[in-house]
Design a protein around this ligand. Sequence first.
Ligand code: SF4
Length: 396
Amino acid sequence: MTVKDAVQRDFSHDYEPVSVLTFHGRLQQLDYRGYRLLLDLEGRIKWIEPLRAGLWPGPSSALRRTMGNRWLLYDSGAYQDVFELTGRYYFPIPFGQEGAAFGTADSGKLRKVLALVDEAAVRFGFPDSAELGFQAAKLRSILKATVPVLPPDAICIDYDILPLMLTRGCVHNCRFCAVKTSAEIETVGQEEFRAQVDGLTKWTGRDLNNYQGLFIGQNDALAAGQRCLMQAAEHACGSLPCDRLFLFGSVASFMERAGLDQPPSSALEALARLPFKEVVVNIGLESFHQGALDYLGKPVKAADVRQAFRQGLELAAKHDRLKISFNFVLSKALSRDHMDLISQELAGAPKGSGCRVYLSPLLSESWRPGQLKRMLFRLKGLSRLPVFAYFLVPYL
Ligand code: SF4
């Protein structure tokens, strides 16, 4: 949809982090009452940036709308050491998440800005917030699922991700988890997966080429097994323009404890041979300490977690295009042993595997930025792998 009076602009296609807030891809630009509105090629609002001093959310910050009609505040000025914490020059702060690690962004101010955008939508003829809500619901019905969170590495391409579902539910259903659906794991048939690709392509429309990343979800795509995962990934790779694939794997699927048709290592090696620039797999390990795993209600053995970590490092070191990242939990309730064991493993990890580590504070606890920073920087000082904070970004 070409929006009246909008100017088409080509922004960078390069996602290397730069020290100012940057936009990506081909977008339509309108300036309205002190704000720059950037719309995708179907006229859906994607970015809102203040052009004048004194307007919220302030200089070097912008509001970003996800495909699922969720708003994020990209805040690049609020805290020091942003790059060290996130690997980017901004924090993505979701709206409406009570108890988020860095507090909740101001929903009242967002509502005022969105009212202004709705005014512009009527004047220039692009979808307003009601229509965008309707479109997001349509997308959820195409996938028959939500994307409550994206893998942490998706920040490297600024969450420009097309989502597809190969499995729904989760193998582990950990007690502490805020994103699980509590459903038994279910694998989607190839026919349904292909229908999702068609539905998603139609839904995305002319904006399709603005997406470099593909996420095959939901919380454990590895649980689908090699044959099914390969068929799905090959089909998606041939049908969509994305050159990076992201997925989550559970410890059980990664460690052959989920009754898979082939060892997960061979599934990942096969994926790495597909013509993606990168295949990025994120495994939620949470802790090497059995007491911590029990406290979190994660039904895995500490020995399996350690083995998954070491096996992941080995696999990634063998394949340039395969990147593996690992999540660990930060909690004030866990004993010192939890952090000591993480420090030991990270200090002994080989360099240059391309693996990354993410630390995620429990959503039920509130962390001051300084506390989190101290914890993370201590670990960074010891670790031979890059370590970042992981903020849960709800997407769809
Ligand atoms: S394995 Fe991950 S997604 Fe599944 S319940 Fe546990 S923490 Fe949540």
